[in-house]
Design a protein around this ligand. Structure first.
Ligand code: PLP
Length: 389
């Protein structure tokens, strides 16, 4: 099988398994227990936090471990927006709006909509251009004194487009509004140093970078007030209750450190393999439309619309030929609705239905991609043949 669905998930790295293993077996203590076993688990947890902070360029106290990217995004959007209300100084406008880009992952979009549904807030959706980029001017146009938070993803999971984060941060900060970015797909491929990016909050997830599913982290600048989403025993400095997942935290820290060390070499290698793959696909299917930004996109991302065929039928034909990929995000798999990301980019619904996304794992070879391109050519011919009958 040729796996080209790395944006959905990937395998756990051996080094990560080895680093987390002791905390699943011998060092199984509860990091909040006061005895020796608990203290050793606490040491493992805090070492992991320091390692994550080192990659993000922040203080360890600004890192909160979560159950994944979804929870990190929920905590950022709901926690900061509500925290802004809690921290509001008398006389200042009530922060009752959040601004999110139109192409966010549902973890951000639905968190914003929940703030509207449950807390009477307003959601401003910031449009994107045809390549999936948010223009700083478009953001500046919606940000107001009442905006509690801006959330714009670092890189998109469907088309791979990378946002001009620093410029967007400047637009939000000019209005005094904090900025969160979902870096779940960016991790491992783009620099994550939060001070250089200027962001006030940033989410990452373990299973996209070689750690297991079910662990993530959120950086939040220490000066911000964060209302917890999960209430309970007050772990993670009261920001995220629940017995700490020490093995998961160690796994995330190890995966993040390795990904950061390999990042520039891995990104350059993958981008050149991806470019050759896209070129070959366009030779085989000349009327394919490449979606996303032509240059500002993730190195492993190649997404297309194949006009006049359904993306799902191309996927089926590809899988019969041993190539697995997806029509968009894994969360929307099985849904017959066209992708909100492609629609926001101005792609017609009938064309958006034809989307196929290839996301390359770091271990992919030129040979695998050559075979995948040929399989795609055959799959497309098979589907259009069926469609003509
Ligand atoms: N944000 C983005 C951009 C993603 O691609 C994903 C997962 O696909 C998530 C958030 C959710 O992360 P998790 O699967 O760890 O909950």
């Amino acid at each position: 099988m040729i796996y080209l669905d790395a944006a959905a998930t990937g395998p756990v790295r051996r080094e990560v398994l080895e680093a987390m293993w002791p905390y699943l077996a011998g060092e199984f203590g509860n990091a909040s227990s006061h005895h020796e076993l608990g203290a050793r688990a606490r040491d493992g947890l805090e070492a992991a936090r320091a390692e994550v902070a080192d990659v993000l360029g922040c203080r360890p106290s600004e890192v909160t471990f979560t159950s994944g990217g979804t929870e990190a995004d929920n905590l950022a959007v709901k926690g900061i927006a509500l925290g802004q209300r809690t921290a509001r100084r008398p006389g200042l406008p009530v922060p009752d709006r959040v601004a999110v880009s139109a192409i966010e992952h549902p973890a951000v979009l639905e968190s914003a909509r929940a703030l509207a549904r449950l807390h009477g807030m307003w959601v401003d959706e910031v449009p994107v251009d045809g390549t999936g980029r948010v223009a700083p001017e478009a953001l500046a146009a919606v940000v107001r004194p009442e905006t509690a938070l801006v959330s714009v993803m670092y890189a998109n999971n469907e088309v791979g487009t990378v946002q001009p984060v620093r410029e967007l941060v400047a637009a939000a900060h000019a209005a005094g509004v904090p900025f969160h970015t979902d870096a779940v797909q960016a991790a491992g491929w783009l620099p994550l140093a939060v001070r250089e990016l200027g962001v006030d909050a940033l989410s990452v997830s373990g299973h996209k970078i070689g750690a297991p599913k079910g662990v993530g982290a959120l950086y939040v600048a220490g000066r911000l007030t964060l209302e917890p989403v999960l209430d309970g025993g007050g772990q993670e400095r009261g920001q995220r209750s629940g017995t700490e997942n020490v093995a998961g935290a160690v796994a995330l820290a190890t995966a993040l450190r390795l990904a950061e060390a390999e990042r520039t070499t891995a990104a350059a290698r993958l981008a050149s393999l991806r470019d050759a793959f896209v070129e070959r696909v366009l030779e085989l299917v000349p009327d394919a439309l490449v979606t996303g930004h032509p240059t500002e996109r993730l190195p492993g991302s190649a997404s297309f619309c194949f006009p006049r065929v359904s993306g799902e039928s191309v996927l089926l034909e590809l899988e019969r030929r041993g190539v697995v990929c997806s029509s968009g995000s894994a969360c929307a798999a099985g849904s017959s609705d066209p992708s909100h990301v492609l629609l926001a980019m101005g792609i017609e619904p009938e064309v958006a239905q034809t989307a196929v996304r290839f996301t390359l794992p770091p271990s992919i070879t030129a040979d695998d991609l050559g075979q995948a391109a040929e399989a795609l050519g055959e799959a497309y011919a098979a589907v259009t043949g069926i469609a003509r009958r």
